[in-house]
Design a protein around this ligand. Structure first.
Ligand SMILES: Cc1cc2nc3c(=O)[nH]c(=O)nc-3n(C[C@H](O)[C@H](O)[C@H](O)COP(=O)(O)OP(=O)(O)OC[C@H]3O[C@@H](n4cnc5c(N)ncnc54)[C@H](O)[C@@H]3O)c2cc1C
Length: 503
């Protein structure tokens, strides 16, 4: 075996993009993934001969020349991706309480403003100011714009702006406020906590362009892994890292659950930083740093129903739908048991040979992990274990019934369209993604203490780095940009940013 330059723990989009970028720079890389399937949140599963995305349903920034397009283009996978552009006039439709109107969020800023104005003719100033604020805030994040030479001070002034407060300040119209934040499940938005910059970076990417992966997002992971191997690297599955070993102030090796020992010059953790630190017993890292990583709050988890639909029974929607109860836009996570759920997101995928009808439909809503505490000690991934028991199955079925009933109020045709349902709970996400709590997007950013929730890719150990959704921004775009940040640190310059921008 060739000596390995760089070991990457975790094959989510963050780990794979890092590995591919560095392999392209000439390093011999090795990705260690605990699961049988690569991709982390990009994993798919198949039931009834249909493909379901486990997590990722749409991706922003993939239009020609846009930020994620440039990264994937540089890595040589852009042309091979099977993508479908979502509806130009509405990538998302926002549904609120009993209001029958479906409020569209359109692609392209001009169309975005025009389409909202049709519903809010008196709110042109608010809609214009909102659009300008999104673009202006995004402009302050150099890497998001693939711009080298940027300074932290550029974004510093916007980190403390609270998303809810800012949106509320633009208009007194409660409906418009709710529409502008109506898809905040995308970033687990919480009033008084979620920074406006997170809202802006995510929302802007979808306004710029929104895409669905045909036959699932795992194609991205597959193509990246293929590239890594073609460049002499390795992507090894079924390799759960259990120990990160330090010697003389540097990481020397990692150990896997099957007894393997992997040595390299540089190590990148593409998993939750707290979990990486739990595996790394060293006095080189200050207890205060460990405590901080351990105490940072993660975003909420979720409950999802993945439905295999009867043939030609439910329309294929080229947009996603986000419903929430009136007045609860920003506190859907704070549900009480009787009022659960306070909102949901609904995604469809097309059938083979038809784009008129959907083949699968997924519904996603928040669920706090504490609700699953009776089964917290169970573990279940692929290959299947004994399962979590009958009471867990009953819990899932009961909650699915409540959620389906709510969704059917808005989509009555769903009642007769269901062939079979597959349910995921916070424990499913916890076990498949290897997180401690099934959190949707990892460390939750906080406008009240933004610096505390931004994690540097560099650590005090000179050859140990972090990457992935927990550092700066989640999502396929966010974790890819963070991968670039980590690579820039390792390479010691920003030439890679320029190469990608100019690719
Ligand atoms: C339900 C859901 C829906 C989402 N929807 C979207 C969407 O529509 N669009 C979008 O852009 N983003 C979406 N996201 C967010 C996005 O998917 C994530 O932010 C992003 O994929 C995270 O990438 P990552 O590489 O940081 O982490 P992950 O994808 O979590 O990857 C981490 C990897 O590390 C592995 N691992 C963990 N521990 C170990 C260990 N000890 N040893 C070896 N391997 C280990 C895991 O198995 C996993 O493969 C969604 C997320 C969820 C959960």
């Amino acid at each position: 075996m060739q000596p390995i330059d760089i070991i990457i723990i975790g094959s989510g989009i963050g780990g794979l993009v890092c590995a591919n970028l560095l392999a392209k720079e000439g390093y011999t890389v090795c990705v260690l993934e605990k699961n049988r399937q690569t991709g982390g949140c990009l994993q798919i599963f198949s039931r009834d001969k249909r493909i379901f995305d486990s997590s990722v349903h749409y991706i922003g920034g993939l239009g020609k020349g846009q930020n994620l397009y440039q990264i994937f283009h540089w890595l040589g996978i852009m042309d091979q991706l099977k993508l479908e552009k979502m509806e130009e006039s509405a990538f998302d439709k926002i549904l609120i309480g009993n209001d029958p109107v479906e409020y569209p969020l359109a692609q392209g800023y001009e169309r975005f403003k025009e389409n909202l104005l049709l519903h809010f003719p008196d709110e042109s100033a608010a809609i214009r100011n909102y659009s300008e604020a999104l673009q202006s805030v995004c402009g302050k994040f150099p890497l998001y714009n693939l711009r080298s030479g940027g300074q932290y001070s550029e974004k510093q002034e916007v980190l403390e702006i609270d998303a809810k407060e800012f949106i509320d300040s633009l208009t007194a119209n409660p409906k418009l406020r709710s529409v502008l934040a109506g898809n905040n499940i995308l970033y687990a938005g919480e009033g008084g906590k979620t920074p406006f910059y997170i809202h802006a970076l995510v929302t802007n990417s979808y306004i710029e362009s929104s895409w669905k992966c045909i036959n699932g997002g795992s194609q991205i992971a597959r193509l990246l892994a293929k590239n890594i191997r073609a460049l002499g690297g390795m992507v090894l599955t079924g390799k759960k890292v259990t120990h990160i070993q330090e010697e003389g102030g540097r990481i020397a090796s990692v150990r896997t659950a099957d007894g393997g020992d992997y040595k390299a010059q540089i190590f990148i953790s593409a998993i939750h930083p707290d979990q990486a630190l739990q595996m790394l017993p060293t006095s080189q890292l200050r207890p205060a740093f460990r405590r901080r990583m351990h105490q940072l709050e993660n975003s909420v988890s979720c409950f999802s129903i993945n439905i295999s639909l009867k043939k030609n029974s439910f329309p294929y929607l080229r947009h996603n739908c986000y419903w929430h109860r009136e007045g609860r836009t920003w506190d859907m996570q704070q549900y009480t048991k009787p009022e659960w759920p306070l909102g949901y997101a609904l995604f469809t995928s097309p059938g083979i040979g038809t784009d008129q009808y959907a083949e699968t439909l997924s519904i996603l809503t928040y669920m706090r992990t504490e609700e699953l505490s009776p089964w917290a000690s169970t573990f279940h991934t692929d290959p299947p274990s004994a399962g979590r028991g009958e009471s867990y199955e009953q819990f899932k079925a009961g909650r699915a019934e409540i959620l389906l009933k709510l969704v059917q109020e808005r989509f009555p045709q769903l009642e007769n369209a269901i062939q079979s349902c597959y349910i995921a709970t916070p424990l499913s996400y916890r076990d498949y993604l290897g997180t401690s709590d099934g959190s949707l997007y990892g460390i939750a950013k906080d406008s009240k203490d933004p610096v505390k929730t931004l994690i540097s890719p560099k650590t005090k150990l000179p050859n140990f780095y972090f990457t992935g959704q927990n550092l700066n921004l989640h999502g396929i775009l966010g974790a890819s940009i963070t991968a670039l940040a980590t690579c820039n640190e390792i390479l010691g310059n920003e030439s890679l940013t320029d190469k990608i921008a100019n690719a």
